[in-house]
Each structure stands twice: as structure tokens, then as C-alpha cells.
Design a protein around this ligand. Structure first.
Ligand SMILES: [Zn+2]
Length: 491
């Protein structure tokens, strides 16, 4: 298995620390607002990595954290805590905010077919461990205290910059030097911050009441659950600097080996432009309601994780059509094997040499072993699906059907998670039904308009608006969107 290691900037053969085991840590979300589509790429990708390792016989321990304290609005260790800021806005406790958006996030992940990580540690639940690492770094001369703040001393740590390759000079250029800052060097970053009066999220420490710096939790929680040295650390490209650089400095500074392989997924763009969270238009819950979680999952997997993935209505519709083809093949195979359950058992007992799908299986594995090339893996599924459909029209024997079903179970269902129970049971089928129903209704409205029966066409549009459906005329016909339901107008 080859994977691209950001640390060495090349593809390397994966060698686990412990034979047959793999430990993975992925930086999770800060739970302070509605999850958006940009939050989905990493979890979907790592869900597939995890499934692929399991397919290859590994025992996986997958840890992904939840940030519920310490992530400030300003990268230079100033500004408000993102949760506290949101809590004021929504008039809730910060931990109510954490709880609310934690579930929004995991509900969306479930719809996307993302399995829960084995451990989901929260920053606020690991304050003691974070204090211990801060203490260790102070004892080792790699940190200093200034009036209740504790900072990591970058100049005292030789390894800083090993992941990002960023030199001290270009960092200083880009960093705003805070007038109020009590840091010795603007590159230094907070391990522990003093809580000012009125700051709700605070814990006692040897340096007074405060809260941990954002980077610290990941160094602490990854090594707590995966060991001082572990296999894979993942995150978005935007986390390489400063977040991951700081994670490495803290963990290695505290005497840990830390992660051997660093995997980073690229950005999502929207119609070619970099996605900005502030746009707000791409809330995951809305996209899932409109397109189904599995279609989004499939769309995300259609691009390699290290490439930019573009998200537009057009590309999403194309992905949905492709997915539908694979799902139709799978549904037909399921229907036929359900009718002949014995043949499937026979096929599973058969030797790989007899298996007409062995070449596809090899190609699928080659794609996945080449730095998790999911678009290639999907292409193998399309190839095999075309052959299966051609064969199905000629009434193949039960053995062939069972072998085809077994291949799709193993790849499309178990590894990519795009067909099968999860895919069938999600909003996907309802979405197709809804699409059809709304198409039917809008045809009726169109007919009424052509007859100049405007009271009827207006009544249909108003009723749909009350239900929260907005119709949109496009060159390809009428499309529909979810909108805020309109109050019913009583005459
Ligand atoms: Zn992290």
C-alpha cells in the first residue's frame, strides 16, 4: 500500500508500527456552527481509508476529536473562543452549543454513511492531560509563562517547520504582531491561556484560571489513545500550518515520537471558487435533504483526496446520474441473487481462479493501494457494471450473478459505501421519489398556465411555497429547491 506522506512529500509504502494494526488520528470539527459541505470531505475520505484497511485485514483504531474549547476567532492567540461567541449569540451555555452542533455534525455524518470513529475525544474532557503536557514542556525548557499565559518557545525547538517547510522569516512577515501580546517571539503559540474576568470556559491551573490553546488537545488526545508514536495523522490542507506544525512541536518536544504518516485532503471549491463558510448556502443538512447523503458521498469520492474537488449543481447532477447507474446494477444483482440464495454461497466457496471478477478486484485493489485513488476505483466499478449489465440481458448462470454480487458487495458496498442497505435506506430513494412528485406537480402547473388558468397555477405555486418548495425555471426544465416554508395566507 502506497500513500503520500506530507512529511516527506512523496509516496511511501505503508509499514505499520505493529503488524496487522493501524492507528489513525484525524482532526475533527470545532462544534460551534451548522456543518457545511467542506466539513464532509475529510470524514468521508477517512471513512473509506478505514474500510480499506479493514478490507486488507488490519485492525483499525480510528480516533477523531471534537474541539469544544480553546479555538479562538484569531490565529494569533487573541480573540474570542468560537463557542463562547456563538453561545452569546444564541443565548445558550457554551456546552449547549457544543452539544447542539456535535449532534448536527454526527447526524450529517450518518446520512453520509460515515461510521463513527472508535473514539471521539473532546478537548474539554482532557484538561488534566493538557495541563500535564504543558508542565512537561515547561520542565524541558520549551515553554515559558507570562502572567498566566504559557507559550511554546519556538526558538528553543529545532524541529519547527519540518512538516510545512515554512521558515521563520516568511512566518513573521505574515503574522500580525499584536501590540497587547506578551509573547517573546510572534511565532510562539499558546499552550495555556489566562481566562479574563467573564470568560465562562475556565479551569484551575498552576498558572491561575484559564483554558488550553487550540493546538494542544490533538497532541495530547492522539497519543493518549494511539500511543506516543502512531501510524497516520490526517487533516485538511489548511491545517498543515500552523495547527499540525504546532502539534508536532508540542508532542515531540514532550518526548513523543508522534505520527509516521501525514495525510492531507485538499479544498473544496464551489463553481471554481474557494468555499467560504460565511456563504452559508452549503449547509450539509440542506444538501442532504435535497440530494441524499449517499449522492454527496459519491460525489466527494469521485475526486482524488489530494485534488481540489469542485462542487456545483452541474457536477453534482452528473454524479447522481452515475451513482444511479451503479445502484441500478446492484439492485438488479440483489433481486436475482435473492431469488437464488444457494448460488451466492457456492460462489463464495469458489476459488479466486474461477472468479470472472478477479481482474476487476485486482484493478480496484491497485487503485486503492495507490494512495487511495477513489476516482480510479469508481472507474473500475463503472467498467464492471457495464459488463454486468450486458451479461444480465443475456440471462447468465447463477454463478456469474452471485460472483458479480459478491464483487459489488465487497467494493461498492463495504469499501466505498455507495450501494446497499445504507445507500438504499437513506434519503436517496426518497429524493428520487420527491424529484418525481415535484416534477409531476410542476407539469400540472405548467399545463394550467398554458390554458391560461392562472388561479390554478398560482394556487399550486403557493401551496408548494407553504410546504417550503421553490420552483426554478432553468433551460433544462423546472428544478426545485427547498426554501423556508411560507406562512399560509388566510383570506
Ligand atoms: Zn488537530
Amino acid at each position: 500500500m502506497q500513500l503520500y506522506n506530507t512529511l516527506t512529500r512523496q509516496k511511501e509504502t505503508f509499514v505499520p508500527l505493529s503488524e496487522g494494526h493501524v492507528g489513525i488520528y484525524v482532526c475533527g470539527p470545532t462544534v460551534y456552527s451548522e456543518p457545511h459541505i467542506g466539513n464532509a470531505r475529510g470524514p468521508v475520505f477517512f471513512d473509506v481509508i478505514r474500510r480499506w484497511f479493514e478490507h486488507e485485514g488490519y485492525r483499525v483504531r480510528y480516533v477523531s476529536n471534537i474541539t469544544d474549547v480553546g479555538h479562538l476567532t484569531d490565529d494569533a492567540d487573541e480573540g474570542e473562543d468560537k463557542l463562547a461567541k456563538r453561545a452569546k449569540l444564541e443565548q445558550l451555555e457554551p456546552m449547549e452549543i457544543a452539544e447542539k452542533y456535535f449532534w448536527r455534525y454526527f447526524d450529517a455524518m450518518t446520512a453520509l454513511g460515515v461510521r463513527r470513529p472508535d473514539i471521539i475525544p473532546r478537548a474539554s474532557g482532557h484538561i488534566t492531560e493538557q495541563l500535564t503536557m504543558t508542565q512537561t514542556l515547561l520542565e524541558r525548557g520549551l515553554a515559558y509563562e507570562r502572567g498566566g499565559n504559557v507559550y511554546f518557545d519556538v526558538s528553543a525547538w529545532g524541529g519547527y517547520g519540518e512538516l510545512s517547510g515554512r521558515k521563520a522569516d516568511d512566518q513573521q512577515e505574515g503574522t500580525r504582531v499584536e501590540v497587547r501580546s506578551d509573547k517573546d517571539d510572534p511565532r510562539d503559540f499558546a499552550l495555556w491561556k489566562r481566562a479574563e474576568a467573564g470568560h465562562i470556559m475556565r479551569w484551575p491551573s498552576p498558572w491561575g484560571d484559564g483554558f488550553p490553546g487550540w493546538h494542544l488537545e490533538c497532541s495530547v488526545m492522539s497519543t493518549k489513545y494511539l500511543g506516543d508514536t502512531f501510524d497516520i495523522h490526517g487533516g485538511g490542507l489548511d491545517l498543515i500550518f500552523p495547527h499540525h506544525e504546532c502539534e508536532i512541536a508540542q508532542a515531540k518536544g514532550a518526548g513523543k515520537g508522534f505520527a509516521n504518516y501525514w495525510l492531507h485532503w485538499n479544498f473544496l471549491t464551489f463553481g471554481g471558487e474557494k468555499m467560504a463558510k460565511s456563504k452559508g448556502a452549503l449547509a450539509l443538512s440542506e444538501l442532504i435533504a435535497q440530494h441524499g447523503g449517499v449522492a454527496l458521498r459519491f460525489h466527494l469520492l469521485s475526486a482524488h483526496y489530494r485534488s481540489v474537488s469542485d462542487f456545483s449543481d452541474e457536477s453534482l447532477y452528473a454524479s447522481k446520474q452515475g451513482l444511479r447507474r451503479l445502484q441500478d446494477t446492484y439492485t438488479e444483482l440483489t433481486r436475482r441473487t435473492d431469488a437464488q440464495p444457494d448460488a451466492e454461497a457456492d460462489a463464495q466457496a469458489g476459488t479466486p481462479r474461477d472468479d470472472p471478477f478477479a481482474p476487476y478486484r485486482d484493478r480496484f485493489a491497485a487503485a486503492m493501494n495507490d494512495d487511495f485513488n477513489t476516482p480510479q476505483a469508481v472507474a473500475v466499478l463503472f467498467d464492471s457494471s457495464r459488463n454486468v449489465n450486458a451479461a444480465l440481458s443475456k440471462n447468465p448462470n447463477a454463478g456469474f450473478v452471485a460472483a458479480a454480487k459478491a464483487f459489488f458487495d465487497e467494493t461498492a458496498r463495504d469499501v466505498l459505501g455507495i450501494v446497499g442497505e445504507q445507500a438504499d435506506g437513506s434519503a436517496e430513494d426518497d429524493t428520487a421519489l420527491l424529484d418525481g412528485l415535484i416534477e409531476l406537480v410542476s407539469e400540472q402547473r405548467q399545463g394550467a398556465r398554458l390554458r391560461r388558468d392562472f388561479p390554478t397555477s398560482d394556487a399550486i405555486r403557493d401551496r408548494l411555497a407553504e410546504l417550503g418548495v421553490a420552483l426554478e425555471d432553468t433551460p433544462e426544465g423546472v428544478r426545485w429547491k427547498r426554501s423556508t416554508p411560507k406562512e399560509k395566507v388566510t383570506p
